[in-house]
Ligand binder design. Structure first.
Ligand SMILES: Cc1cc2nc3c(=O)[nH]c(=O)nc-3n(C[C@H](O)[C@H](O)[C@H](O)COP(=O)(O)OP(=O)(O)OC[C@H]3O[C@@H](n4cnc5c(N)ncnc54)[C@H](O)[C@@H]3O)c2cc1C
Length: 434
């Protein structure tokens, strides 16, 4: 293999592959190295792949809307065929319940209007028209089933919601990552799988390359950490972990995969639902099934783990998420042992990602995706390209942050928003909602 690269990208998940694609289009000779056997076999492959526009900050919302257009025209964005076919964007729309926990979504409405993102107000009767299987009693705050008040309505009811038509999900996140790999390869990008990076080499304050577990050295003047839940381990190897204000940690998460509410064609008529009243989210899946995840309410303990040593066996977490959602969807069957997946988020203290340089010249990072950045991968790749090219030309991004222009929205985005040294963003939901 040619070992003369302009940049090594650690990881071949969706963000790693989209970054390779964007850099290769601009003439960079990139090499993605992944310890797993194929693209998207890390946390990306377990993603619910929900594409939505609502976030708790204006910049986060703008970034998500810009990305929406890339998924809506996924084959057009890629510009190449894939022998495995393209993953498909299913634009099913999304409903968010108005609750006291989200302050009736007032902030969000302001962001949607500012960015001209389509949305509709839903009265309770409109919600029931779209999803007649729902029980609109309020059950908040979300509780675990061993709480005596679990399943008891609190006397209030859901006062309405918002419908976002610009939302949906990708049919197969792993395939979409393979698609991005093929698109990158069409522009000369290289990929090496089954290769674990065990050291980041440096000389005189600048990164010089990586060392693999088999002892091979691969050199490049730019190395980018896009290692998902292993991001903190890679930062430690590079000696930059201690020089950042923010950390990243691996959080164990379970998602259930169960039959949808009885008597309803959820696969074709269903929508994504985000419900902070019961602390669960769901999205339709083929076979009239749904995926059910947690919105990380206070009652759910955070299980921080070593990404190389955690249990992949489902626990009560999976069943509890389903039981909470069953309060809203009473005809949902609750399997004794729901099937699903166990995977990891890579979480920052404010659940907003880090797209940044580091204190080691030539070493960059796209990390801390906090369970909500699959949807942002295409533009994350573009932002990383802009950031890296600006820094390599001498711009001091820490003092004079790079601005990226969201092409479709024609809107500037100050990349200092994603800084590793930012103050914790208190506008955040501090959950997977970002
Ligand atoms: C259960 C779950 C549900 C989610 N749902 C959604 C959703 O609905 N919508 C959304 O937008 N986001 C969602 N996310 C988040 C989203 O999936 C991630 O933000 C995104 O996939 C991260 O992509 P990545 O390329 O950064 O990382 P990853 O896909 O984790 O890729 C990192 C790669 O780095 C490799 N690697 C690590 N260390 C090394 C090493 N030392 N040497 C070589 N290779 C290494 C790994 O093998 C891995 O393949 C979800 C995440 C999970 C876990």
């Amino acid at each position: 293999m040619n070992k003369n690269y302009d940049a090594i990208i650690i990881g071949a998940g969706i963000i790693g592959c989209c970054t390779a694609f964007e850099m290769a289009k601009k003439g960079w000779k990139t090499l993605n190295i992944d310890k797993l056997a194929a693209a998207g076999y890390g946390s990306t492959g377990y993603s619910c792949a929900i594409i939505r526009t609502h976030y708790s900050t204006l910049d986060g919302t703008a970034l998500a809307y810009e990305n929406f257009f890339h998924w809506q025209d996924w084959p057009g964005y890629l510009g190449v065929e894939d022998e495995l076919g393209h993953a498909i964007f299913r634009q099913c729309g999304c409903v968010i319940m108005k609750t006291p926990a989200n302050n009736g979504l007032k902030h969000m409405i302001g962001y949607m209007n500012a960015l001209e993102i389509p949305w509709h107000e839903l009265r309770p009767e409109d919600i029931l028209k779209k999803m007649p299987f729902m029980d609109l009693n309020s059950y908040s705050p979300p509780k675990l089933p061993d709480d005596p008040a679990f399943g008891e309505p609190n006397g209030g009811s859901i006062e309405g919601g918002l419908h976002f038509p610009c939302a949906g999900y990708m049919s197969d996140p792993q395939l979409s990552t393979h698609n991005a790999q093929r698109a990158a390869e069409a522009h000369g990008a290289k990929f090496q799988f089954n290769a674990e990076i065990v050291a980041i080499r440096q000389d005189k304050g600048r990164v010089t390359g990586v060392t693999l577990a088999d002892g091979t050295d691969i050199d490049a003047p730019v190395v980018i950490n896009i290692a998902g839940p292993h991001s903190s381990k890679i930062n430690e190897m590079a000696g930059v972990a201690e020089t950042m204000a923010l950390t990243t940690r691996a959080l164990r998460e379970e998602v259930a995969y169960i039959p949808g509410p009885q008597g309803f064609d959820i696969e074709n008529e269903g929508m994504i639902s985000s419900d902070s009243d019961v602390g669960s989210y769901s999205r339709p899946e083929v076979g009239n099934r749904i995926l059910v995840g947690s919105e990380n309410p206070e009652c759910d303990p955070h299980e921080w783990v070593d990404p190389d040593n955690y249990s992949t066996d489902p626990t009560d977490q999976m069943r509890y998420q389903v039981m909470r959602l069953a309060q809203r969807m009473p005809t949902l069957g609750i399997p004794e042992h729901p099937t699903g997946i166990v995977s990891l988020y890579d979480v920052t203290p404010d659940w907003i990602p880090i797209y940044d340089k580091s204190d080691l010249d030539g070493f960059y990072m796209a990390i801390g995706s906090s369970g909500n950045q699959y949807k942002n991968a295409p533009v994350a790749g573009k932002m990383m390209l802009e950031l890296i090219e600006s820094c390599e030309k001498g711009q001091d991004h820490d003092k004079e942050p790079v601005t990226y222009i969201l092409e479709r929205l024609n809107r500037p985005l100050d990349l200092g928003f994603f800084s590793r040294n930012r103050e914790i963003n208190n506008e955040s939901s501090f959950s997977v909602l970002g």
